[in-house]
Ligand binder design. Sequence first.
Ligand code: NAD
Ligand code: MG
Length: 381
Amino acid sequence: MRSVAVLGATGSIGTQALEIVGSHPELTACALAAHSDHAGLVAAARRHGVRRIALVDPAAAAAARRDFDGEVVEGAGGVERLVGECGADVVLNAIVGAAGLRATLATFAAGADLALANKESLVAGGALVMDGLRAGGGRMLPVDSEHSALSQCLAGAAEDAVTGLVITASGGPFRGRSAEALADVTVADALAHPTWSMGAKITVDSATLMNKGLEVIEAHHLFGIAYADIEVVVHPQSIVHGMVRFRDGALLAHVGHPDMRVPISWALTYPQRSATAVPSLDLTRPLQLEFEPPDTDTFRCLALARQAGIAGGTAPCVLNAANEAAVGAFLAGAVGFTDIADLVERALERVPAEPLTSLEQLLEADGRARTAVTDAVRTAA
Ligand code: NAD
Ligand code: MG
């Protein structure tokens, strides 16, 4: 039996994870956390027999206490407390944004395994997160589909046999468009992803290709591979999730339907690979797989992320925080789609990279990046 704490339990990944937990007899949910959807969280807790929940928003926590007789903790610190006290074997971090960084570190401190969907914590935390992983003694299993695929292709490989990683990108809803054609796309256009159904923030990141940029940084830390050896390739069908190049000329690919339940289940039941409801690909039906290089002149966020990754230190944290603020402004209708890259670029100029020293320094850089974006949005309005 493996006990699982699900953070971000009311979101896209969180609800799919609970579906997996409910369908695997060897998994049991022991704690759930969310930001403010108290009705959704309490309903999920009842469904899965969970007695401990955390809500970041105190008003939501108060509302949950009125109709839930288990333990309800509150505030951002409440999520960390929940992780520290619940005794989970594995913590699934499916919080959105750098808000998940403390929960990632709390998971290591508790000595639990981390199933990581919250890529932003690894992007922002970088070496700090990897140090925490080593000190904690647990495992970090990626839930991001590309990194799950790469992990599986890398299994058992001699380190010096690997010459490169290939991360696939669907290209998002605006693949093939020019920069001019992107200037007036709407929020609804950006939220219409062709192959994946996900939360709003990552859907916009997929449309700007910032998501791939974050994933390049995520792969660099997870697998210890140099940026020069991590390629991004646009693959509109989203059937090949990741590939590894080997020095003998082999290119190993992980292939399957685009369905997050597969990587979620892999991370939660590793190394057993329990059965899921997702069928294997039917190869008797026509299947076309296309690959093309990304257009980084139009989708500048991918290039900005790679530059920030190479700069290292606090730069990826600044990139990520500025992106969160810029995407928030876009979703609120305050800025246009192509402003996102401009805002991130300006924040990287305003908050110069420093070598990484502490969590406090990262949180400060994160705050300065967000302020740089809100100042720029206010000045432009
Ligand atoms: P979502 O918006 O659907 O859900 C986010 C969840 O996080 C919600 O439960 C929300 O209550 C919770 N949350 C928000 N702010 C919080 C905070 N400050 N503290 C605690 N909880 C908070 O997002 P999603 O699409 O499920 O994505 C979650 C994470 O997984 C992101 O990091 C995303 O990049 C990653 N991811 C998602 C997918 C996908 O298919 N959705 C795929 C790969 C990676
Ligand atoms: Mg991904």
